[in-house]
Design a protein around this ligand. Structure first.
Ligand SMILES: O=C(O)CCC(=O)C(=O)O
Ligand SMILES: [Fe+2]
Length: 405
């Protein structure tokens, strides 16, 4: 390995995971040699549909309104990304562009040039490798060419945060590239939003749990995960076997699947999910607020990003008075109706939810380091930060979507 390459990788790793304390820490579990990521026998119990068989209205009634995960095929078939997003072509076209592959302790993005990341991706033996999860590609002269390589699936064209303006809105679209063993630890997507995740190449193993599943049950415990508690690869080693045992509550059984090339996963708001790359994957994912999930998303946005919510509401009053009226009727003294990674994870209909419970749903109350990170982010003028201040709890969750700016 070239000196410069080795240096760039070391630099990025130190920033992104200082707690691992150098090379040894990155491979102390030896997962690259000892783990068989592909399960010999695996459950695949998700519903699969083809986009030709469902119109948007039908999709809403069957999947979005009731909050049912589903895999959709057909969508990616017509995308230029199918040809253009091979590792080779991406490595060539975006060679000297820097993509976010982690975040430091102060909330700044850790970035690496594509050419270095590609070499790292091919050669690494890390337990849970660095993972490209970049939400700012649409803001850069060169990288924004990626936007022309895919279209919004017909079910997910509504995007109410758009009304608040590109500069102000929370991050919402990511290119996602990583080698086997990389992935995303268990989490719920931010602000009650739903998501779609389109896989261009490779295979992702998913487990999803319904919103009422207790957080303590699905998270890796500190004592069993060491420094890899938040990592997908550790989750499948520790928590997954428990989900298959007799004693796992029947109503919290996971939806499991292996997503293949060309498949789009729909993740309803409030669902826990964990994603492990079984081989090298290239994907794009977007989060959205639609008319259907608006009441919950609005509630969580007022809690998590109050200043932004105000500005958003003023635009809704102009462009969507129907939704502004719904916003006005949202009872903020009650829980939003869906959990967040930072809340207790117990059913929101539980009568034990006090108003202080719902306060902590998204606001990160009680986490002393949040304020520091917020200030840092506000100051960051790297063009990384797409939104104004975030009051959301960004610390207790493994999702780059929550961390990611
Ligand atoms: O593909 C991944 O690792 C990200 C999965 C995820 O959490 C998401 O798309 O919301
Ligand atoms: Fe997610």
């Amino acid at each position: 390995m070239g000196k410069k390459l080795a240096h760039r990788i070391r630099e990025a790793k130190e920033k992104a995971r200082p707690e691992l304390k150098g090379e040894e820490g990155w491979s102390r579990y030896n997962f690259s040699r000892t783990l068989h990521l592909w399960p010999h026998k695996y459950v695949d119990n998700v519903e699969r549909i083809h986009e030709r068989d469902f119109g948007p209205a039908q999709f809403i009634e069957r999947f979005e309104r009731p909050g049912h995960p589903v895999i959709i095929s057909g969508i990616v078939d017509t995308w230029p990304a199918k040809e253009r997003w091979t590792i080779q072509r991406l490595g060539k076209k975006y060679r000297n562009q820097r993509f976010k592959c982690g975040e430091d302790d102060e909330g700044y993005s850790v970035r690496m040039k594509m050419k270095y990341y590609m070499e790292y991706m091919e050669s690494n033996k890390d337990d849970s490798p660095l993972y490209i999860f970049d939400s700012t590609f649409g803001d850069h002269a060169k990288k924004k060419r990626l936007l022309g390589d895919y279209q919004l699936p017909k079910y997910f064209t509504e995007d109410l945060f758009h009304l608040a303006g590109e500069k102000r809105r929370p991050p919402y679209r990511w290119v996602v590239i990583g080698p086997s063993r990389s992935g995303t630890g268990i989490h719920i997507d931010p602000l009650g939003t739903s998501a779609w995740n389109a896989l261009i190449s490779g295979h992702k193993r998913w487990a999803m749990f319904p919103p009422h599943t207790p957080k303590e049950k699905v998270q890796v415990q500190r004592t069993e995960g060491g420094y890899q508690t938040d990592e997908a690869v550790m989750w499948f080693q520790t928590v997954y076997p428990r989900t298959q045992s007799e004693s796992w509550p029947a109503d919290c059984k996971p939806i499991e699947l292996i997503q293949g090339p060309g498949e789009v996963v729909y993740v309803p708001g409030g669902w826990w999910h964990v994603v492990l790359n079984l081989d090298t994957t290239v994907a794009v994912t977007q989060n959205f607020c639609s008319t259907t999930n608006f009441p919950v998303v609005y509630h969580k946005t007022v809690r998590g990003r109050p200043k932004f919510a105000k500005k958003w509401l003023s635009q809704l009053q102009i462009h969507r008075p129907d939704l502004a009226a719904i916003a006005g009727a949202v009872d903020l003294s009650q829980p939003s109706g869906l959990p967040s990674s930072s809340s207790s994870g117990s059913s929101s209909s539980s009568s034990s939810s006090s108003s202080s419970d719902s306060d902590s749903e998204d606001s990160g109350v009680g986490n002393p380091s949040t304020a520091k990170v917020k200030r840092k982010r506000k100051r960051a003028s790297s063009g990384d930060s797409k939104s104004d201040s975030s009051d959301e709890d960004d610390h207790c969750c493994a999702s780059p979507k929550r961390r990611g700016r």
